[in-house]
Design a protein around this ligand. Structure first.
Ligand SMILES: [Zn+2]
Length: 275
């Protein structure tokens, strides 16, 4: 059973889109190895992705996780044995909070009547990365170099972007999202997000000079899309700071926000619950 489809966004650089959570994962082909960018959300989904990768290439794989959220990281076990790269705090997050995240989302799927997904998630073994990045690392896939870059705290404190310089492509994880007809969703601004520093992280992402940006959810975008969401995101961060310090009411912040109400409420949630 497959719910995914591949698109080649540059020579030997593929994006696989999935109906489940509108997730986008990646595959970068080198002459000796291939690099799988994110692994889907449980052991069954990871196995499905691994089989889909094998339809495109027989080369040995390396895995990189853009961050510790289950939908990106929990399918990694299907690719073992292999090197699994991630930011060093991604390992910490998976080790400390992975089991709680698994229980939380299995419960959400069960409450939604999606019992097969809930069961698969509950039975999944969480695999911590064994190759750790602090700021950046370079991988040689054979005839192609890929750079792993931590652009600073944003969607989480350990986001990792995957830059393929010769192809002009960067996989941004959930640093960038592309909801139908818009940019961010309420899910973009979870409890791990650092809204104040997110716009600067997008600046670092843009400084890589990639033309094609693959978001963690939704269709690939270009650098102009990322540049265009930076200002509204900075405005949202300012609103949150103003509400947090009591200078602005929630109602006024909602009225002034460049984002939809549900997105704004999610982004302001910690301040709102405090006030
Ligand atoms: Zn995420």
């Amino acid at each position: 059973m497959s719910d995914g489809w591949w698109a080649e966004v540059a020579d030997g650089v593929f994006v696989r889109r999935h109906r489940e959570l509108d997730l986008s994962v990646g595959l970068v082909l080198g002459e000796r190895r291939c690099l799988v960018v994110d692994t889907r959300g449980d052991a069954a989904q990871g196995a499905e992705l691994a089989a889909a990768v094998r339809m495109l290439t027989p080369r040995p794989w390396t895995v990189v996780l853009t961050h510790a959220h289950f939908d990106h990281a929990f399918g990694a076990g299907a690719f073992l044995p292999c090197p699994v790269w991630a930011h060093e705090r991604c390992r910490t997050a998976l080790t400390r909070e992975g089991a709680a995240q698994r229980a939380d989302w299995a419960g959400r799927y069960r409450a939604a009547g999606e019992h097969a997904t809930a069961d698969a998630l509950a039975a999944t073994t969480i695999v911590p990365p064994d190759r750790l990045v602090r700021d950046r690392a370079e991988l040689d896939l054979g005839g192609r170099r890929v750079t792993l870059v931590h652009p600073g705290p944003a969607h989480t404190d350990h986001d990792l972007a995957v830059h393929v310089p010769d192809a002009g492509v960067v996989f941004a994880g959930d640093l960038v999202e592309h909801a139908p007809g818009g940019s961010f969703t309420a899910e973009s601004f979870g409890p791990d997000a650092d809204l104040a520093r997110w716009p600067a992280a997008l600046g670092t992402l843009l400084s890589l000079g990639a033309r094609i940006v693959v978001p963690g959810h939704g269709e690939p975008v270009d650098d102009a899309f990322v540049a265009a969401v930076r200002e509204p995101l900075a405005a949202l961060a300012d609103l949150r700071a103003a509400v947090g310090s009591g200078r602005l009411s929630l109602a006024a912040a909602l009225a002034r926000s460049p984002f939809a109400e549900d997105v704004t409420r999610a982004a302001l949630a910690p301040e709102v619950s405090r006030s």
